[in-house]
Design a protein around this ligand. Sequence first.
Ligand code: DAK
Length: 255
Amino acid sequence: MSVKLTRKDEFAVITLDRQEALNALSAAVLRELAQAFGQVAASDARALIVTGAGAKAFCAGADIKELVGRSMSEQRRDAAFGQGVLACLDELPMPSVAAINGYAFGGGMELALACTFRIAAPTAKMGLPEIKLGLIPGYGGTQRLPRVIGEARALDIIMSGRTLDAEEALRIGLVHRVAEGDVLEAAIAYARQFNAYGLPALRLARDAVKRAHDVPLHEGLRIEADLNTLAFQTGDAAEGMNAFMEKRKPQFKDR
Ligand code: DAK
């Protein structure tokens, strides 16, 4: 198994461990990831951390050796499958954090982009180098990158295929933090801040923001009003407002 699902305190941790290929995403790894995301979705984990084994790579992308010699219909099917697997990550009921411990290229960067948040090691290197292979990203990179950093920067990165270091990634908003110490510990510490809040409100907030990209402003405002109204119906909202009135800390119960 190249995908390890473990637990660290209240968090699920998925580690890609195929170090001989810099944790590249073979079809088998994608299938294992799909299974692991399903298990995390059904668990009581407060957040998911995704990382790579070893000091060198988070994930060096799709397995290039497997991409060679595919028919057009096989490629189409593979792209849809890979996109579907990363959509499962994007839509988990809890937040997810990519702990980018080294190279995150191509499908590896797309994996990080499907996480809610990204924390990079100072030595991390990121990019979408598919253009150098005569390809374009196939697991969501052309769609998620511009939504995260804007169209102009995304076009620069995708059409040049260049490599970004952690400092640039932080400056342009591709990653949320650069870790000072161990990147996995930093990702867990980042995720821990969400323990103070209820999962339903966290999920509604994330969904409201993400859906903004798909619709014009007036529809987005309606979505916000709907999801905001939904948040009001939760027990957590009653508890949060009561706690404020009673000048005490809220005890959220995720319902
Ligand atoms: N796939 C397979 N093997 C890989 C790999 C990858 N992406 N990246 C590295 N490896 C393997 C190397 O082949 C080598 O194995 P051996 O040859 O020793 O057996 C081993 O990992 C160590 O790599 P290096 O010897 O190259 O290590 P270096 O430190 O010298 O260089 C590097 C590290 C990350 C700079 C270099 O390995 C590299 O440039 N790797 C490729 C990075 C890359 O181009 N990633 C993007 C891949 S394309 C789709 C369409 C497109 C896509 C997907 C789907 N559909 C239509 C379905 C494209 C997606 C991509 O991600």
